[in-house]
Design a protein around this ligand. Structure first.
Ligand code: M6R
Length: 616
């Protein structure tokens, strides 16, 4: 949450900062601001609202300088106002700071600074942070050098409790930007005659692909032709320079009106990329070398725990069915946010997975750390290469889905399920699954991208349905077995981007209470592909229709009975039940998308949300 960018080079900073902020806007879009430095003069422009508001402000009165910092905010401390927008200045007005994270001991520091005569202009923890660094620097009796600024910076960092990804500069020490991270992502971008500090590589792909993913407690300084990374204690620290895998084009919308639609349509390729090189027909199994576990070690696993949040949690729920059905291995899914505070009994043969697209979700990261602290082998399933979860886990599997920018997760969901299917296949093949069954799973997976493409061809039909039902008060989503998590995910997508009330339930729970909600104003979306409970689903459909509830059914092709009973049908290709969740999820993503567009909602930047939840 919140996107930050720092630039030092030879070009004008403001256009680079604004372009970077536009690309970071998915991280938070309450307010935005920039500060630049030229010949000892700092200029700040900031305002509430989207980057477009900031761009207008900047156009009227452009701030100059080839050093600058920029921020796009997701409010934590303080309302969405111009004053609360970043950058924040210290008491002297010479230090500018941007921050992603939360300072927990802010009140204590604020009190202390107030007693020293400090005056605060905002309600934010970040301004207090800026004042603290400035105070320490101003109290330092020595010369005002880069070294003394860095010392003050480090001393201030050691006094704050909480999380931060920050960047700052000071008028008295021009030609350097300082940055640090703890719990919030921060990346150093290495250019030629220019360097960057950013929350996400997508902001600087136009300038460089060479990056260092900073670790917690790293402190970095960047100059035009140099950079230095040290520990908080000031000692040298090891780091690795990496090349960003994806291209600028991949991180752009191209001809699509929204990132979400682009990412929905990228699913066939994303699924294929997730499987590439990981299926072995000779051995009828999946190869997941990144797990760093031998077959013997995998066979000794007695229980699996999958931890995740939001959409990734729903993928985990599909994973639970997959691993239990294909590998007969007890599996549980936990809200990462609950796991970290629960004292869940886990024996030593439990293998834990943290599933996260961003690899930065604070709850999932905390759950991973808690699991590791208890001595469990903890693996990651992540999309963002070099993310904190990917780096801190004992091994794992990258999704290779490409950048996902739309706040509503789409291709990451189906990619996560694909990876979990590979995992279930691998675990199954060293247990109960025969070679012939393994081959069946492989061929179902190989056919999947083409089948997803067939579902994508239904986009216009689904847009018509969305228009037909756009006035509905709310929606109920129903599914059983593999389709229950899809009901939850369909409801989450719809409420996130269209703000329609939506709930997902196991179809079988209908008669235990939910049926009271059935009426003409509340359509039900029933996910009922060909599987062992198809006939039971038909009975539930009849029960809804008997109470005048409109029904949109997502069903496999050739099921005439569904067409007769339901008001509308979205037909998905026939497939084995274990790949049906992917095929059922895609039309629900499209339904949510088209409905939100119809209602005029801001699909890629829904109300109150941010892509990556890095605060608790
Ligand atoms: O990056 P992660 O996969 O860890 O994110 C988890 C959730 O925050 C995320 O899936 C969220 O629920 C999405 N907005 C759903 O569309």
């Amino acid at each position: 949450m919140c996107g930050i960018i720092g630039y030092i080079g030879r070009a004008e900073a403001t256009p680079i900062l604004l372009d970077g902020l536009r690309r970071l806007e998915y991280r938070g879009y309450d307010s935005a601001g920039v500060a630049t430095l030229l010949n000892g003069t700092m200029e700040v422009r900031k305002c509430a609202g989207r980057i477009t508001n900031l761009a207008q402000l900047v156009q009227k009165d452009p701030p100059n300088g080839s050093i600058g910092i920029g921020h796009t905010r997701w409010a934590t401390h303080g309302r969405v106002t111009d004053n609360n927008a970043h950058p924040h200045l210290d008491q002297s007005g010479k230090l500018a700071l941007i921050h992603n994270g939360v300072i927990e001991n802010v009140e204590q520091i604020r009190e202390q600074l107030l007693s020293q005569g400090h005056i605060f202009r905002s309600e934010t923890d970040t301004e207090v942070f800026a004042h603290l660094i400035g105070r320490i620097f101003d109290d330092n009796p020595g010369p005002r050098t880069q070294r003394s600024l860095m010392e003050s910076f480090r001393l201030a960092l050691s006094q704050v409790i909480g999380t931060y990804g920050i960047a700052m500069f000071h008028v008295d020490v021009p030609d350097v930007i300082l940055g640090a991270r703890r719990g919030s992502p921060l990346i150093l971008g290495i250019g030629k005659g220019q360097n960057f500090i950013v929350s996400d590589v997508s902001a600087i792909l136009a300038h460089t692909r060479e990056v260092v993913y900073l670790e917690d407690y790293d402190v970095v300084s960047i100059e035009r032709d140099n950079f230095d990374i040290r520990s908080l204690a000031g000692t040298g620290t090891s780091f690795q320079v990496s090349q960003v895998e994806f291209t600028l084009e991949e991180a752009e919308k191209g001809s699509y009106p929204h990132f979400m639609l682009k990412e929905i349509f990228e699913q066939p390729e994303a699924i294929r990329n997730g499987m590439r090189g990981r299926l072995s027909k000779e051995e009828s199994t999946a190869k997941l070398g990144g797990l760093n576990m031998s077959s013997r070690e995998l066979r000794d696993v007695e229980r699996i725990v999958l931890m995740a949040c939001g959409t990734a949690l729903h993928a985990g729920m599909v994973g639970e069915c997959l691993i239990e059905n294909l590998a007969h291995l007890p599996t549980e899914v936990e809200f990462a946010s609950e796991f970290r505070y629960r004292n869940m009994p886990m024996n030593k043969d439990t293998l834990v997975f943290a599933i996260s697209q961003s690899g930065e979700t604070i709850d999932t990261l905390a759950a991973l750390r808690e699991s590791k602290r208890k001595g469990h082998r903890t693996l990651g399933i992540c999309n963002n290469v070099g993310s904190t979860i990917a780096r801190e886990s004992d091994g794992g599997v990258y999704m290779h889905a490409g950048p996902e920018i739309g706040v509503a997760a789409t291709k990451s969901f189906t990619s996560q399920i694909t990876i979990l299917t590979l995992l279930a296949l691998l675990l199954g093949r060293i247990r109960h699954l025969s070679s012939a069954q393994g081959i069946d799973v492989i061929s179902a997976l190989e056919n999947l991208p083409d089948k997803v493409r067939q579902v994508l061809d239904l986009s216009d039909h689904i847009a018509d349905l969305a228009a037909k039902y756009a006035a509905a008060e709310g929606f109920l989503f129903f599914g059983r077995q593999y389709s229950y998590p899809i009901a939850l995910e369909g409801a989450l997508k719809l409420k996130e981007i269209s703000y329609k009330f939506a709930e997902g339930h196991p179809t079988s729970e209908l008669k235990h209470g939910i049926i009271a909600l059935i009426r003409p104003e509340v359509p039900s979306i029933m996910i009922m592909p060909d599987d062992a409970v198809f006939d039971k689903n038909i009975s539930s459909l009849e029960q809804i229709k008997a109470r005048k509830g409109p029904v949109i059914a997502v069903a496999s092709e050739g099921r005439k009975q569904v067409a007769v009973l339901a008001d509308d049908v979205i037909t998905i290709p026939k497939c084995p039940d274990f790949v049906s969740p992917i095929l059922s999820a895609v039309p629900l993503q499209l339904f949510a998308y088209h409905l939100a567009v119809k209602l005029g909602c801001d699909v890629d930047k829904p109300r109150n949300l941010a892509k990556s939840v890095t605060v608790e």
